[in-house]
Each structure stands twice: as structure tokens, then as C-alpha cells.
Write a protein that binds this ligand. Structure first.
Ligand code: HEM
Length: 127
């Protein structure tokens, strides 16, 4: 026996619900929607794969797409501090919606804050 991974603790079904709830917010968000494709189904599919391995589950993102190299994969998009905040706000609301609480939520969210900060690649646009 072993300590459950965060992936096992959350469960595949709840993780899928979380990501669907997240992208429903992203596609409505005035700062985020413009940089995402109109159809988010493929984005959500990849994010489910990525989050599975990020949370200690099987490496199904890497099996299909290779090393995540997330910062490099985000370089085509202007990721500003305010977009990082918006991304995290959508995730927080999605966690509320699916009822992801407790230490598992706190640990997961803290890692997402660090990753989101690492994705920032552009100053705020002054327009
Ligand atoms: C892909 C935006 C943070 C994981 C993308 C895409 C955009 C984007 C526009 C491309 C979608 C597509 O073409 O399908 C952002 C913004 C962020 C952010 C604005 C704010 C900081 C994150 C974080 C993670 C993440 C924190 C992981 C913890 C991914 C993954 C993909 C992706 C796995 C798919 C990459 C692929 O094409 O294989 N993101 N992202 N992103 N993002 Fe983010």
C-alpha cells in the first residue's frame, strides 16, 4: 500500500469536472477568451492529460505530446500578470463549483499559482 497521489485523492471524474468548469469560465472571460481557440474541447482534453500527471497520475500528457515545456508552449500567447490572475480566479471558482476543498485543494492551488507566475511572458498591454 502507498499514500494516495493527489490524482487518486481527487479522482479522474472530479478532475474532469474541474477542468470542464474551468474552461466554461475561460471562454466567458473578457481577458482570456481572446487568446484561446473558440472550441476548447481539444484544449480541455490536453489539460486533463496534463493535470493527471501534474497530480502524480500516469504520464498521459507526455506519452501523447512529449515533454510539457509549458513556458515554451505558452510563448505564442501574451501572458500578462493580469491574465495569470484571471486564469487562477477561473480555477478557484471551478474548484468551488465542483466542491474541491481542504488540504488537497490548498496544495494543488499553491502549485498552480507558482506555475501561472512562471508562464508570465509579457508586460501589461497599455491600450
Ligand atoms: C495551453 C493560456 C496557465 C497548462 C494554453 C493555451 C493558452 C493558454 C492560450 C493554448 C490553448 C490551445 O491552443 O489549445 C494560459 C494562460 C495562463 C495559463 C493565460 C495564465 C497564467 C497555465 C497553467 C498551466 C497551463 C498554470 C498548468 C498548470 C496548459 C496546458 C496547455 C495549455 C497543458 C496545452 C498545451 C498543449 O498544446 O499541449 N494555455 N495558460 N496553463 N496550458 Fe495554459
Amino acid at each position: 500500500e502507498h499514500m494516495p497521489t493527489p490524482f487518486e485523492a481527487i479522482g479522474e471524474e472530479k478532475l474532469a469536472q474541474l477542468i470542464d468548469a474551468f474552461y466554461r469560465r475561460v471562454e466567458q472571460h473578457p481577458e482570456l477568451a481572446p487568446i484561446f481557440p473558440a472550441d476548447l474541447s481539444e484544449t480541455a482534453r490536453k489539460q486533463k492529460q496534463f493535470m493527471t500527471q501534474f497530480l502524480g497520475g500516469p504520464p498521459i500528457y507526455t506519452e501523447e505530446h512529449g515533454h510539457p515545456m509549458l513556458r515554451a508552449r505558452h510563448m505564442p500567447f501574451q501572458i500578462t500578470e493580469s491574465r495569470a490572475k484571471a486564469w487562477l480566479a477561473c480555477m478557484k471558482e471551478a474548484m468551488d463549483e465542483v466542491g474541491l476543498d481542504g488540504m488537497i485543494r490548498e496544495a494543488f492551488f499553491s502549485r498552480l499559482v507558482l506555475t501561472a507566475q512562471h508562464m508570465i511572458n509579457s508586460p501589461e498591454k497599455e491600450d
